[in-house]
Design a protein around this ligand. Structure first.
Ligand code: HEC
Ligand code: HEC
Length: 257
């Protein structure tokens, strides 16, 4: 992230608080994400999303901070462009976690382009901004913004989503993302809080995400959750990804939560 006197002070406080010295690559950052400011001791460190607590913020304040975001992500975060993810109704904890990732990301990575400008978007924001924005989008009602298509492989997608394929090592997605793609269970412990909803999400966007998790090319791991999806995505072929994302995009974005 760009350093300013404020961020420098915050970083120093955090390091003192955590008793941190230089960390080895890929060690888990031990502070709670809820109390974290968007800084990390080293580029390869991971946010520990297993300890995330419910994100609090001011949705009304958030509404005033998203003018530029909705240019791409659509009114209230209901996106009409398949490349731009739906944000309406997504878990606040997940949105917040991704915004932290973007804030630290190297915008020169080939992954980021003029249409995927998220590091630049998040860079100048305060931690309060990120929380307000996350809470705002989480509180919006998700809508069907593109006509649902009944792709030929949708049933195969449903089968894989619900049951996986044990012979090929594919875990059932619903175990972590919910039977209706509504996101991980919130009553079973806070470690699932940041497991995102997938129902009604755009297939094009999810395909991109899954390939990135799988190949990890030019795309560093940011959190313990990111690592989890890397292991899952390694089991998926392009055909699997096509089937599952078509199924999820077709699922109503409001189905049981
Ligand atoms: C020029 C278009 C554009 C603008 C403006 C933009 N975004 Fe994005 N955003 C994208 C694209 C493309 C992605 C997909 C990249 C990815 O997930 O790796 C994305 C991804 C995200 C994600 C991750 C969602 C998920 O389900 O994983 C969040 C959260 C997000 N944006 C929030 C914001 C916020 C908040 C703003 C305003 C401060 C904003 N975006 C402005 C294009 C944009
Ligand atoms: C063991 C738990 C687990 C399983 C099983 C799992 N996921 Fe995930 N998934 C996660 C977590 C945690 C994240 C958040 C990762 C992050 O923060 O980047 C995630 C993120 C995702 C995302 C990114 C969503 C977004 O808005 O950016 C997609 C797409 C996804 N998973 C699809 C799948 C599919 C398809 C399957 C089944 C083949 C699956 N997942 C199985 C835990 C799991």
């Amino acid at each position: 992230m760009k350093t300013t006197p404020l961020t420098n002070t915050l970083a120093a406080l955090l390091l003192i608080a955590a008793g941190a010295t230089a960390r080895a690559a890929d060690t888990v950052v031990e502070h709670r994400v809820n109390t974290a400011v968007s800084t990390r001791a080293g580029v390869a460190n991971l946010y520990d999303m297993r300890r995330i607590e419910p994100i609090r913020g001011d949705a009304a304040a958030g509404a005033a901070k998203v003018t530029i975001c909705v240019a791409c992500h659509g009114p209230q975060g209901n996106s009409v462009v398949p490349l731009f993810p739906q944000l309406a109704g997504q878990r606040a904890e997940y949105l917040y976690g991704r915004l932290l990732d973007f804030q630290d990301a190297d915008e020169k990575l080939p992954y980021y382009t003029a249409v995927i400008p998220m590091p630049q978007q998040a860079r100048e924001m305060s931690d309060t901004d990120l929380r307000d924005i996350a809470v705002y989008f989480a509180a919006q009602v998700p809508e069907v913004t593109l006509p649902p298509t009944l792709a030929a492989n949708i049933h195969q997608g449903e089968e894989l989503y619900l049951h996986g394929d044990s012979e090929r090592g594919i875990p059932p997605c619903q175990g972590c993302h919910g039977a209706y793609g509504e996101g991980g269970p919130v009553d079973a412990g806070s470690q699932y809080l940041a497991y995102p909803a997938l129902h009604g999400q755009h297939a094009v966007f999810m395909t991109d995400r899954l390939r990135n998790y799988r190949e990890n090319g030019g795309w560093p791991h940011f959190s313990t959750d990111d690592k989890i999806m890397h292991s899952v995505a390694k089991t998926l072929s392009d055909q699997d990804i096509s089937a599952i994302t078509n199924y999820l995009a077709w699922l109503a974005p409001t189905s049981s939560r």
